[in-house]
Design a protein. Structure first.
Length: 89
C-alpha cells in the first residue's frame, strides 16, 4: 500500500506574534489506524512539551498557538502526525 500525506499550515504569516514565544515547538503522534487519533496524540504531546518548558501551562494551548504546521502521513494502515507551532498565552 502506498503512502498518503497531508500537510496543513495554518496561522498568520508574520514571523512573530506579540506575546507569543519566539521559539516553536514540535511534537509527534503516531501508531494509530485513525488520522484523528494520531493528530490528537500529537496535540497532546505538544501541549505537554510546552507546559514542561520554561513557558509553562499558560502557553500550552494548541488553540491559541500561531504559525501552526500539521503534517500527517499514512504508511500502510498507520498514521503519523507531526505538528509544530509557536505557543501563545
Amino acid at each position: 500500500m502506498g503512502a498518503v500525506a497531508m500537510l496543513l499550515a495554518v496561522g498568520p504569516t508574520r514571523a512573530a506574534v506579540p506575546g507569543c514565544s519566539k521559539t516553536g515547538f514540535t511534537a509527534e503522534g503516531y501508531d494509530t489506524d485513525q488520522q484523528g487519533k494520531a493528530l490528537g496524540a500529537a496535540i497532546f504531546a505538544w501541549t505537554k512539551r510546552v507546559a514542561a518548558s520554561s513557558l509553562g501551562d499558560r502557553f500550552a494551548d494548541w488553540n491559541r498557538a500561531q504559525q501552526k504546521s500539521v503534517d500527517c502521513r499514512k504508511t500502510g494502515i498507520y498514521y503519523t502526525c507531526t505538528i509544530s507551532a509557536q505557543p501563545c498565552p
